[in-house]
Design a protein around this ligand. Structure first.
Ligand code: ADP
Ligand code: MG
Length: 675
């Protein structure tokens, strides 16, 4: 790795390569005062140094400082190194203390021999006058080199100061230069705990600036998207088809659905691309809202693409839309990774000629080989599984009359705090009402040692005519391992429940097989459906009122909430059993308890954010969208109101300041994301 690989091409970039954490080498800690896990400087006299042939050959040295003895252990060493550790030599070493079999040890400490008269014995000072920064790095550039580079940059800072780009009245105690100075070289008495927690005023100053920069970059992305025209789709055009569809349904839309349908309709009628995110908890009826929007475009003579993150969800949409749109005379085209060869050519040809008004599919839809004749609206379901870049890729498939409108649907409620930095490029609509008759799901936690009782419970529920899901999880993403685990579980459950019809669905099955099993479950012919997490999204069987999730501790909260949303759809009491493997880690326990406590997607999303951080919650880690250098959520949530108002102020001012901010903080964010 070279500096340029870190996005560092000028001195100023170095200044914004900020330490991850700090070491305190300013003081020498007496051996008697060592604590397990702490990083410390220690001075002492070598008493013995020997090669030990244990499980791994190692060089072991013992040093003593008058208060106690400490072991230094090296697994990689040279003969010269051993010879240099002669008894009587005085050393200063630095490293992380761990408790060994015979007292404290440091593995591979950094160390050097002290000159005669140098060092302090058990006195405190080491002569280092600042805390030592530890920089983010991968290979190629070591800590020593980073420290040298950054301290040179600091020296340079005295002559050429980077511009303070935030408005003067931003309420910060540190100026930009003071903050940079402080964070690269904190004084010995700096509050390490505050620095570790990210709550030091110097960090807040920079975090604020970084969040402002990200917010502005999303707003700019939005402005760019909207700089091209989009087809103005008349509201009136869609009304006849929309009414026919709604009349064909056995229910009427909720108030929330109606409101969101209207918000979208108004957007679509404007000649600029809509960029709207619809949030609605699992089961709130987002699909109908999407269908309503699609009809406005189709009636105006435009094509619509609906993209889902998994094959099974895309298929569910296809079936749904064929059922809804078929009677309206609208052709639905199907495109997934599994549609290959001639079938694929035929499908893409039909889309290119405009013969199908609606395309439903997976990522396959935004591959380059797919062209539309006249794409007017792109709808993406379960947005957080796709990165911003994928979403944009589909919107680049412009129709003849400019960019398509974009509608994003998500069941993972995005906490306000996150939406500001991750989705500021989108408008929001919320379906904050569930269709009538939905009952909250009662969730219980059961230790897997009591698995047999759970099997009995399934037997009871199913003999009462109800249906159940049994969800198998695996840490591995691999489809084939997941499939094996699900097969084994289904086999065991068939043995234990010989009177029940047990079905199995997993990602390795052929689409037709999957569809057949799902249809049998929907028809009530299968009582118990064993599944991998492929059923996470979209599957809808109202009579299923019991869900067992095996090893729920392996899943994130959002995923658990999605899964659980498959039950509680039929009216009547529903249950979810989280069949966990003990012992549970603290954070797993917190997640499972949150599930038991609440059915509210917003509460769960906030908890998830708190427990796992934004990268995991949004699944956008790879896209680098949230690869902040210093800002951290939710630690810096309290800055977000200021972020919005500062961004607003800046937008009234000089465009060059905005450009400079975005450059400074986000220009190389994708590279940083990999670091
Ligand atoms: P999600 O928001 O999770 O995608 P869906 O769109 O899959 O939810 O809807 C879940 C189920 O609720 C579907 O069977 C759908 O037909 C049904 N549904 C949607 N809107 C209503 C409504 N207003 N009243 C009753 N059922 C509805
Ligand atoms: Mg859905």
């Amino acid at each position: 790795m070279q500096l340029a690989d870190y996005g560092i091409t000028q001195v100023e970039d170095l200044l914004f390569h900020l330490p991850l954490r700090y070491q305190d080498r300013t003081r020498v800690t007496p051996i008697a005062g060592l604590q397990d896990g702490s990083e410390v400087s220690v001075e002492g006299e070598v008493r013995l140094a020997d090669i030990v042939f244990g499980r791994r050959r190692s060089l072991v040295a013992r040093i003593q400082d008058g208060t106690g003895t400490l072991t230094l252990r090296f697994f990689h060493f040279s003969a010269a190194q051993k010879n240099s550790l002669q008894p009587g030599t005085r050393l200063r070493c630095f490293g992380q203390v761990r408790r060994g079999a015979n007292g404290f040890e440091i593995f591979h400490p950094e160390y050097r021999a002290l000159e005669a008269g140098e060092g302090s014995g058990t006195a405190r000072s080491t002569g280092e006058d600042t805390l030592t920064p530890v920089y983010p790095t991968t290979t190629g550039i070591g800590q020593a080199q980073w420290r040298k580079l950054c301290s040179q940059a600091l020296a340079f800072l005295q002559r050429a100061q980077p511009r303070d780009l935030l408005p003067a009245n931003s309420g910060q105690t540190f100026t930009l230069v003071e903050a940079l100075q402080y964070l690269h070289a904190p004084p010995p008495d700096a509050p390490l705990e505050a620095l570790l927690a990210g709550s030091h005023p110097a960090q807040l100053r920079l975090a604020l600036e970084e969040l402002v920069a990200h917010h502005l970059s999303l707003l700019r992305l939005r402005a760019r998207q909207q700089s091209a025209p989009a087809p103005a789709l008349r509201i009136k055009a869609g009304q006849a088809l929309q009414q026919t569809l709604l009349r064909s349904l056995p229910f009427s839309p909720t108030g929330a659905q109606q409101r969101v349908m209207q918000e979208i309709a108004a957007d679509l009628a404007r000649p600029i691309p809509m960029l709207r995110l619809v949030q609605g908890d699992v089961g709130s009826g987002k699909t109908l809202v999407a269908a309503h929007a699609a009809l406005q475009a189709i009636a105006s003579g435009y094509q619509v693409a609906l993209m889902a993150p998994t094959e099974i969800l895309a298929e569910q949409h296809r079936l749904n839309f064929e059922g809804w749109f078929g009677p309206l005379g609208i052709t639905v085209e199907w495109l997934s990774g599994r549609v290959k060869g001639k079938a694929r050519e035929a499908a893409t040809a039909r889309l290119a000629r405009g013969e199908a008004a609606l395309a439903v599919g997976t990522h396959a839809l935004f591959q380059e080989s797919v062209a539309f004749q006249n794409l007017g609206l792109v709808m993406v379901d379960e947005q957080h599984k796709f990165g911003v870049h994928q979403r944009l890729a589909l919107s680049q498939k412009a129709g003849v009359n400019g960019r398509p409108h974009q509608l994003v649907l998500t069941a993972t409620p995005i906490p306000r705090t996150l939406s500001m930095v991750a989705y500021a490029d989108l408008d929001f609509s919320v379906i904050d009402e569930l269709p009538p008759g939905r009952e909250p799901v009662t969730t219980v936690l059961v230790d897997s040692q009591r698995r047999e009782q759970v099997v009995d419970r399934v037997a009871n529920a199913c003999s009462d005519g109800r249906q159940a899901y049994w969800v198998c999880t695996l840490i591995e993403e691999s489809d084939s391992l997941q499939a094996q685990a699900a097969e084994a579980t289904a086999e065991k459950l068939r043995e234990a429940l010989p009177n029940l019809h047990v079905g199995l669905v997993h990602g390795r099955m052929k689409p037709a097989e999957k569809a057949a099993v799902m249809a049998a479950f929907k028809a009530g012919d299968v009582a118990l459906l064993v599944a991998t997490t492929v059923i996470e999204v979209g599957v809808d069987v109202p009579n299923a009122s019991l869900m067992i999730i095996e090893n729920p501790e392996r899943l994130g909260l959002a995923q658990l909430h999605q899964l659980r949303g498959r039950v509680g759809r039929g009216g009547g009491a529903s249950h979810c059993v989280l069949l966990y493997q003990s012992p549970l880690s603290r954070s797993s326990q917190q997640r499972l308890v949150a599930m038991r406590e609440s059915n509210d997607g917003f509460y769960i999303a906030e908890k998830d954010l708190e427990l796992r951080g934004p990268g995991e919650v949004l699944g956008t880690r790879q896209t680098g969208l949230l690869a902040f250098r210093i800002a951290e959520l939710p630690t810096h949530n309290h800055l977000l109101d200021a972020v919005q108002s500062i961004a607003h102020t800046l937008q009234q001012g000089d465009e060059a300041v905005i450009e400079a901010l975005i450059q400074r903080w986000t220009a190389n964010r994708e590279k940083f994301a990999e670091v």
